[in-house]
Design a protein around this ligand. Sequence first.
Ligand code: MV4
Length: 444
Amino acid sequence: MFKKILVANRGEIALRVIYACKELGIKTVAIFSEADRNSLHVRFADEAVCVGPAKSSESYLKIPSVISAAEITNVDAIHPGYGFLSENAYFAEVCEACHIKFIGPSPNVIRLMGDKASALAAMSKAGLPVLPGSEGIVESLERATEIAHAIGYPVILKASAGGGGRGIRIVRTREELATSFPTARHEAQIAFGVPDVYIEKYIENPRHIEFQVMGDNYGRVIHFGERECTIQRRHQKLLEESPSVVMSEDRRDKMGRLVEEALTNIGYSNAGTVEFLVDENMKFYFMEVNTRIQVEHPVTEMVTGTDLVKLQIMIASGAKLHFEDHLKPRGHSIECRINAEDPDTLVPSPGKITSFNVPGGIGIRVETAAHSECTVSPYYDSLIAKVAVHANSRPEAVKKMERALETFVIEGIKTTIPLQQRIVRDPDFVAGTFSTKFMDRYLA
Ligand code: MV4
């Protein structure tokens, strides 16, 4: 087992990794920017190294600084959390070259999955169903027009270097394609430095369902069931749950087995998430693979009773997956992402928190690095807390979340809590009859 791990992140996820290390008896090293000097992740780690000024590109994202911090503290491994360097294949390579274990998949797998068009081709070949489309990048408007004609409008253009809703464009007619295609390529070039786009048939009212997986270094991949992540606004997830109301045990087994086979095929190791679009007839289509631990992993932990971060660390240090069979979800879990944002406009609301009280009681878990009198920095992601609940049934979990949100006090800044309170009281949410259009009615 590792003796010391550097946590290459900040905020709630840095704390989450530090907690797992403490329980495993592993020493921790925090890294921090000048803006985070007084943060809890610095306080709770055994050692801490300043890696630069507030700007992420000058600190948490600066590979030479992060590697230097790892070298001077003599760590065995780096846990990247989510965001920042977590899906940077080059960073994983540099770690390997420095004989520091990167806690995540191999650099080649990260690189393959990071290019969304090549991931689609690889996973289709490995047996996952995909939407009709180009199954690769499209170079010219002529070719784009042919493909769109063949699969029928509407279609969607997606940036190959994008993902998670960044760099997408819905196209409903041939005329629209003529203007959208060059614009999409130009926007992709500006946002990601690569103009490549691919085309898919557009599904009107899909659900977003994703499978949690874990692979060991001995060729075994197992799934931990699904999460329903359909409740999003402007591609920002607001609430996630597990299991999904539309999933049966049979369908979970069938999709889960396909996922395991496909990922075994490409030599997947460590934590991952396989995203699907699910249409109104419950047909499912592979979208992308995220090669990191995700923000919403607690809902899976709650219904499966597994510590996914500990498992990541144990697997990276050479442990075998020991599960005899798939874990059946027990009860129901819901998570809300509490962001420091105006609930109507989702505009960030940094500043000083003057009063802070977290909800408590049976079946409630709060993940946060915030506290009373702390300052929410404008330099980073506006996620300040996650509240996850667990109960025997979905209706009980919904009620528990309603109560948790009501007793979560955050004063001094605006948060998304009022928006999430409306969601958990919404009749369509309570009934489970929603699609990705659900949040449209809440637009300011
Ligand atoms: C789609 C789609 C419909 N058809 N692809 C948005 C996030 C990114 N991962 C892909 N997204 C979508 N891709 C096809 N072929 C609809 C969306 C989409 C969406 C997906 C999940 C949750 C919310 C969404 C909101 C708008 C669009």
